[in-house]
Design a protein around this ligand. Sequence first.
Ligand code: 3DU
Length: 213
Amino acid sequence: MQKKNRVILALDVTSGADAVKIVEAVKDHVDAVKINWPLILAAGPDIIRQISRHRDVICDMKIADIPYINGLIVNQAMSRGASAVICHGFTGEDSVKACVDAAKGQAFVVTEMSHPGGKQFTAPVADKLAALAKGAGARGIVAPATRPERIADLRKLIGDLEIISPGVGAQGGKATDALRAGADYIIVGRAIYEAKDPKDAARALSEEARQSL
Ligand code: 3DU
């Protein structure tokens, strides 16, 4: 995944045709496209390959099962052209390791979630989840742009692992705050794909991101 714009598009639209149109419009201003269940269920899993022709695809299925099933899920995503996957860490080290192995290291582990409910169960164990990600050989973690101070805390625990950070825009987080706190990339969905001109919105965010470093 290139590291030029510092923006990952969260493409949570529910039409394959719209998804491809948006990717074609914004691809020069985003480094990767993250897709989640809404698009995969609406358009079918082949959408992974279609989007991967334009940009690296991160499959955010927040995988959270026993190791054997995690491995099967990741194999399905990677064989369709995904460059990386996102899994939960609360399932334990063996389950995370199964994702990391199947993704050949290209797995990100969710730590503290960005929404208000993320404080309830994920925040109290986020440090442990970050340590687990590091121990399991993950590529990085997912940490909240809505709480940049937590990005800074988690950065100290994981060293040079990558941090990808959702919560910018619709959830109230700011690109500059997240990146200055230690995120490598911001993840942005609605603020791009719901904008009047998604290309302009993506360009503005990538400019803000690059200026903040
Ligand atoms: O709020 P947005 O529309 O920018 O979308 C955020 C994306 O990031 C969305 O795909 C969601 O599944 C993902 N995400 C979070 O919002 C919060 C997390 O803690 C982890 C992932």
